[in-house]
Design a protein around this ligand. Structure first.
Ligand code: SF4
Ligand code: SF4
Length: 434
């Protein structure tokens, strides 16, 4: 094991040790996270939100969705070109095809212009592409709108958390105490009262003050260029309507052949995670009216402009060169592999990267920042149990990707000392237990 490997190992070990202290930030997260995982897993077989179970629903549609994904991957150039054409010519979107993350960052900053504040809903791709980092470096104020993210900002919580419920670790008492500390307002420690507080104080700002917003896309149709967005709070509806400019940052892997596939992806995301997603938006043009003598004028009540930044970066290369992380292109970002993950349940947000918790985000970190970062994220905490692979509705073999990452790390001398002993025994004695 190299010096670097030792250093990375000690960093991870220190975090794992901190789990013994029940007041540590990691320990607090892991307690609630384990419960959330068990609850989420069990709810999959309950008639929880609808009359069929999520398992029944997912089983019914997953092969159709996977065929659509495979079709895109096998014909990636054709569908990207088709999608850009229809978005520009028919939908009147402004489209950037960013070959690299650098190009995506440049495009975003160009569109931002002099604006110093951006309102956003979750956008994993913006994080992936480094856009969030660039905004921070340029002192652009980032205002989250999903309540969980708003709470994380309130607490200045910068540890990785669960993308679908990022503030789940804060208790009602902690939240109201923080609101009192930061805003000097007394709020009853009840979920209803906290929601009422934000509805009263933050909603008017979202309705009236947002010039530029940032969202991702759950899926994109190559056939008609529709952007599909799924949500439960209504913040995305506001960010895509009550603004001058709506910027969408999405990886090209969000493209599927047509709008019916795109809808299916969104519904499957909803069902597999059992989230109550009350709104699905199909955005196919900026706001417009033709009510005055048939002249089409853009910017009636909704967004005046829709800008789409389609990020390629590693994706076309992975598809064409059959790279070991090609399966990432099939991922629908449902995040449900985290619920069944042994390492995630045991280590919570220690097993994570800056992109979020779980193995997929460790692969992301590897793609963007290299193997040392993946090891630092806790790569070797992965048990290889393959629960993720067996569970995934999109046929993503995450366990295999983790195995490949471990091989790369081991070749670079970055595996933990305990495993190094196994390796030596295997090489010397052909028997790890001798
Ligand atoms: S790998 Fe599979 S289970 Fe995990 S987020 Fe992607 S689609 Fe969902
Ligand atoms: S193989 Fe690794 S990433 Fe997959 S579920 Fe098991 S511990 Fe988690």
């Amino acid at each position: 094991m190299s010096e670097k490997g030792k250093e990375l190992y000690e960093e991870v070990q220190e975090q794992v040790e901190s789990l013994k202290d029940e007041n540590s930030i990691y320990s607090k997260f892991v307690d609630i996270w384990r419960l959330a995982c068990i609850g989420k897993y069990r709810s999959f077989d309950l008639r929880y939100l609808y009359e069929d179970t999520s398992r029944e629903y997912v089983e019914k549609y997953k092969s159709e969705m996977n065929e659509a994904k495979e079709e895109f991957i096998d014909n990636i150039d054709k569908y990207v070109e088709q999608c850009i054409n229809v978005m520009e010519k028919t939908n009147k979107f402004k489209v950037y095809y960013a070959k690299t993350n650098e190009e995506a960052k440049e495009a975003f900053m160009k569109e931002l212009g002099d604006t110093k504040v951006i309102y956003k809903s979750k956008s994993l791709e913006a994080k992936d592409a480094g856009i969030i980092d660039v905004l921070k470096e340029n002192n652009i104020k980032i205002k989250e709108t999903d309540l969980g993210d708003v709470l994380c900002q309130l607490f200045e919580y910068d540890h990785p958390s669960f993308t679908l419920a990022p503030g789940v670790q804060f208790t009602e008492e902690e939240i109201v105490a923080k609101i009192k500390e930061k805003h000097g307002v007394e709020v009853e420690p009840k979920a209803e009262a906290i929601v009422k507080y934000y509805r009263k104080t933050y909603r008017p700002e979202l309705l009236n003050d947002v010039k530029i917003s940032l969202t991702s896309a759950n899926a994109i149709s190559a056939h008609d260029g529709s952007i599909v967005l799924l949500e439960n709070e209504g913040n995305i509806s506001l960010l895509t309507r009550a603004v001058d400019k709506h910027i969408v940052v999405a990886g090209i892997s969000k493209i599927v052949p047509d709008e019916f596939n795109a809808f299916m992806v969104a519904k499957l995301q909803e069902r597999i995670t059992n989230v109550d997603a009350g709104y699905i938006s199909f955005i196919s043009s900026p706001s417009s009216t033709s009510d005055i003598q048939g002249t089409r004028v853009f910017g009636m009540y909704g967004a005046k402009e829709v800008v789409v930044i389609l990020v390629d970066d590693w994706r076309t290369q992975a598809a064409k060169e059959n790279l070991f992380y090609k399966d990432m292109l099939k991922c629908i970002s449902c995040k449900s592999c985290d619920f069944v993950c042994t390492a995630s349940r045991a280590f919570g947000n220690i097993y994570a990267s800056k992109y979020g918790i779980g193995g997929m985000n460790i692969v992301r970190d590897y793609i963007h920042n290299g193997i040392e970062e993946a090891v630092k994220d806790g790569l070797f905490l992965c048990t290889g149990c393959a629960n993720c692979t067996n569970w995934c509705p999109a046929g993503v073999d995450l366990a295999e990707m983790m195995k490949q990452l471990k091989k790369i790390a081991t070749k670079k001398g970055l595996c933990p000392p305990s495993l190094k002993k196994y390796q030596e025994k295997i090489l010397e004695d052909k028997n790890p237990f001798k």
